[in-house]
Design a protein around this ligand. Sequence first.
Ligand SMILES: Nc1ncnc2c1ncn2[C@@H]1O[C@H](COP(=O)(O)OP(=O)(O)O)[C@@H](O)[C@H]1O
Ligand SMILES: [Mg+2]
Ligand SMILES: [Zn+2]
Length: 338
Amino acid sequence: MNRDIHNIIAREYERKQKVSNDTTQQRKAELYSKIPRLMDIDNQISFIGLKYNRLILSSNGSSFNLLTELEQNIKRLSDEKKEILAANDISMDFFKPQYECDKCGDTGYIIDSSGSQRCSCYKQQIITHLFARSNISHNGNEAFENFNELLYPDEVDQAKYGISVSPRENIGIIKNACLDFIGNIDNPEHKNLFFSGRTGVGKTFLSLCIARELLNQGRTVLYLTAPILFDIITGHKMIAFKDDNYNDDKYQSIFNVELLIIDDLGTETLSDSRYAELLNILNTRQSNSSITTSKTIISTNLGPKKLFELYTERITSRIMGHFDRLVLAGKDIRSLKA
Ligand SMILES: Nc1ncnc2c1ncn2[C@@H]1O[C@H](COP(=O)(O)OP(=O)(O)O)[C@@H](O)[C@H]1O
Ligand SMILES: [Mg+2]
Ligand SMILES: [Zn+2]
């Protein structure tokens, strides 16, 4: 998935360079047709320049006078060019390509004493592509800086909220667990996250906060609701059945992406093959996690009992084993806001 993105970005840089070179050539051609003397001068300068270089390469010191003469010629022509440009109110920059990024000249790389490094514009490109592939909007409001604890009640009411602390204290603990998860994203020992809780208590919001944070770090993330996840799998199987070489980016990334978010588990239509699919995904991601970053967030409205019923003991115990279970509680924030 990442290599793919680098190929796309490399092609974009090539395109940008071609565009700026073409534009420069075109501007030059327009100027030449308006002021033909300039073309004359430029041609002479490059002709003399060539001659000069050849002479220097082959010279044994005897052509000093000729070199000086050529230098003077170039100087004379350059001066004339400058005068013409000044008279026509054209700056010398006119001949330079206009790059989108002046730092790297749209190559994506900066070469300095320590070698070649990716330019900041390249890093930005990666993030833009990662967002585009993640199913997450680049400028959505789900971000930790918009996280508002005050939306969670401050009262302790076990009967009402099902927890022994106030929803506000609870969400504070959960938020810290999420930040901990982000900090340990590469740690294979660190558990995945399993959010449960009623509709509107902030499960999707929280998983998107985590996603955004990791995308901004240049990580690969994929957000899918359970029904869409299963649609992708079904679609893949149908096409892969007909075409062995079928390459399905989205399907592959369910297994390869650094963070997979499965939202709304339990809202999909259930079937035996789907249990098997989900189990396969979780198994594969779990065994990948010892080699590479491979974390999963699952969220569901279902209580553990209901989940257990729907997803059989086998999968439920697997989910619980490798997942840190966080129960969100509070009022429905969506209706609170409305
Ligand atoms: N911690 C929070 N800070 C600010 N707004 C929140 C927070 N949690 C949820 N919201 C908002 O509340 C609404 C419901 O949250 P959502 O994540 O969709 O709930 P769920 O996925 O649990 O059903 C959304 O509009 C969301 O933006
Ligand atoms: Mg949700
Ligand atoms: Zn750049």
